[in-house]
Design a protein around this ligand. Structure first.
Ligand code: FES
Length: 572
């Protein structure tokens, strides 16, 4: 295999460069390490500041064992790690940077394949983007969700119950002491959020894309079967190098079709739309926003997990996991789309029973007859916006209301609880300046908290419209990812408080009831312009200048596509 290995370009021969490369790496590796043994990077996003991924250092050890056992050489490669809950202004600002850094490190180093260890929201997407652009054999090991925590005898969904408890506090339903006490019960174990949030969604979607060993995604982080899967993934990475099985050969348009079916069937996070568009962009696959509606919107939602339902990821795994879900919708899947095993996804769906049909519904008794994500268009979102009907209130899916506009999240926080704010339950809350360029980074602020005075009257949902994103753990009738965003000149910048907005999800429309002539005469308010004119240097400058809009995945314009694994020059 030696001649075929990419790493042979570093290690083979007697010249000075080969000497350098070998000599510096002989630190305890076997004597034959450079004689045809695949060099497998373990791209590890473990970090104390990404608590959802902190346990991946241990998972990496099992990968390492598997690589050695299969005859490869494991190489630990720490990569940029993004902790969703810690990073300000938003972890999304660095998804593309993490992807770029991982891509460049994989390309620059003598590696033949890679095992990708991710978990928290942005980590699996950034690793998949990187692997797609460098196109080396790659397999993902998702770090897995945490176990279910309980407080006062009731299970806590991390993320979802934070929103719920904070609204209960504001509404006076629970005391400040109760609220503080619940904090220590929220995170029971290692692992990422245990709802069907973005982390769970992206792990499952990565498996549907074919990039995870089937049956592994969703394994709870403390479950010993995760380490077994990590070991198997290390072995598989060596096999994949031998077979030259790369992301570009595993992930096809059919794989994205399967990912969209999966997203709908599991009731997954809206954030997956942006991430899948970005990954497809790296692979040169023609995936559009409308594909999500066309392929996914009539797929039944089968999984009863928070935020849209009742259960949590530990229940999901016990009930049969993703294979059980996909078995139910097998007829809708692309039967040629491959996996890292070299076999099609559908080949892995035999003997995949549902063990608890309250958690995973069967096809004849779905949670919702039509799940998926609706793509809206109209004069308020010419390039599209998305809404997750399963997480919305049915009575608001067709709604007309008076806009109450906020120019920034700071403006929102300053005024939303002001008793003098002219707002009622029929109003449409509009928040702008939260898109990729405007914030910058497209944060998860779109599920705006409701005005306190309405919460106290029992209002629990209102129509909200924003150019930002929403946490996958959140819920409500929230229109997201409005494109173009206000800061990029989208019509959202022209909305005024008092304008009428019409939302019609069945008709897929989002319209501002202002004539084209009147809109053409409007200019963004001074406050809007000031909010969007954030001074920036370094990464933020690069990001604002080059980030694409949400409808194409919010990647940087110069990062779309692939450069492949080849490097032609040596350092000395
Ligand atoms: Fe990491 Fe939720 S904060 S997955």
């Amino acid at each position: 295999m030696t001649e075929r290995l990419r790493s042979a370009q570093w290690y083979t021969g007697q010249d000075r460069n080969a000497y350098h490369h070998r000599a510096w790496m002989r630190r305890g590796v076997p004597a034959d390490a450079f004689a045809g043994r695949p060099q497998i990077a373990i791209a590890d996003t473990a970090s104390d500041l990404t608590p959802c991924n902190a346990h991946l250092a241990e998972v990496a050890l099992s990968v390492r064992d598997g690589v050695y056992e299969a005859g490869g050489i494991p190489l630990h490669l720490p990569v940029v790690s993004l902790g969703e809950n810690q990073m300000r202004p938003t972890a999304m600002l660095w998804r593309n940077m993490a992807a770029m850094a991982a891509e460049e490190m994989l390309r620059a180093n003598p590696v033949d394949g890679v095992v990708l260890l991710g978990g928290c929201d942005k980590t699996i997407p950034s690793l998949l983007m990187a692997a797609s652009s460098v196109d080396l054999p790659a397999v993902v090991v998702p770090g897995g969700p945490m176990l279910t925590g309980t407080w006062r005898g009731r299970p806590l969904g991390c993320g979802t119950d934070v929103w719920r408890l904070s609204e209960d506090l504001r509404a006076g339903v629970i005391s400040a002491e109760d609220y503080a006490q619940s904090e220590s019960a929220m995170i029971r174990s290692r692992g990422h959020c245990n709802t069907m949030g973005t982390a769970s969604t992206m792990a499952l979607v990565a498996e549907a894309l074919g990039m995870v060993i089937p049956g592994v995604a969703g394994t709870p982080a403390p479950d010993s079967r995760l380490l077994q899967a990590a070991h198997a993934s290390g072995r598989l990475a060596v096999e994949m190098v031998g077979a030259d099985r790369r992301p570009g050969t595993v992930m096809t348009k059919g794989s994205f079709h399967n990912a969209i079916i999966t997203l709908a069937a599991i009731g997954g996070s809206t954030n997956a739309v942006v991430h899948l568009l970005a990954i497809a962009g790296r692979l040169g696959i023609d995936l559009t926003l409308d594909d999500f509606d066309r392929i996914g919107s009539r797929v039944p939602a089968l999984v009863d997990l928070q935020p849209a339902g009742r259960f949590l990821m530990e229940d999901f795994h016990r009930a049969g996991g993703l294979r059980a879900v996909l078995h139910q919708v097998r007829d809708l899947l692309d039967d040629e789309a491959l996996t890292v095993t070299g076999r099609p996804l559908v080949d892995h769906l035999d003997d995949a029973p549902v063990f608890d049909n309250e958690v995973i519904r069967t096809r004849c008794r779905p949670l919702l007859a039509e799940g998926g994500i609706a793509v809206l268009r109209g004069n308020l979102a010419p390039d599209g916006a998305v809404i997750k009907p399963a997480a919305a209130s049915r009575h608001l899916l067709r709604h007309r209301g008076r806009a109450v506009v906020f120019d920034s999240i700071e403006d929102f926080h300053a005024r939303i609880d002001d008793p003098r704010l002219d707002v009622d339950a029929d109003c449409v809350l509009v928040l702008r300046g939260c898109g990729p360029k405007g914030y910058p980074g497209m944060p998860e602020v779109s599920n705006m908290p409701l005005p306190k005075k309405l919460l106290e009257r029992g209002v629990r949902d209102m129509v909200r419209v924003c150019d930002g994103r929403m946490s996958g753990t959140a819920y409500g009738t929230v229109v997201l990812h409005v494109a173009p965003e206000a800061a990029a000149g989208g019509p959202l910048a022209l909305v005024r408080t008092g304008d009428m907005i019409r939302l019609d999800v069945p008709e897929r429309r989002l319209d501002l009831e202002v004539s084209e002539d009147d809109l053409a005469r409007r200019t963004p308010s001074q406050a809007t312009i000031a909010a969007f004119a954030a001074p920036a240097r370094g990464w933020q400058r690069l990001y604002i200048d080059h980030v694409l809009q949400a409808d194409t995945g919010a990647d940087l314009d110069f990062l779309t596509g692939s450069s492949g694994p080849h490097v032609h020059r040596d350092p000395h």
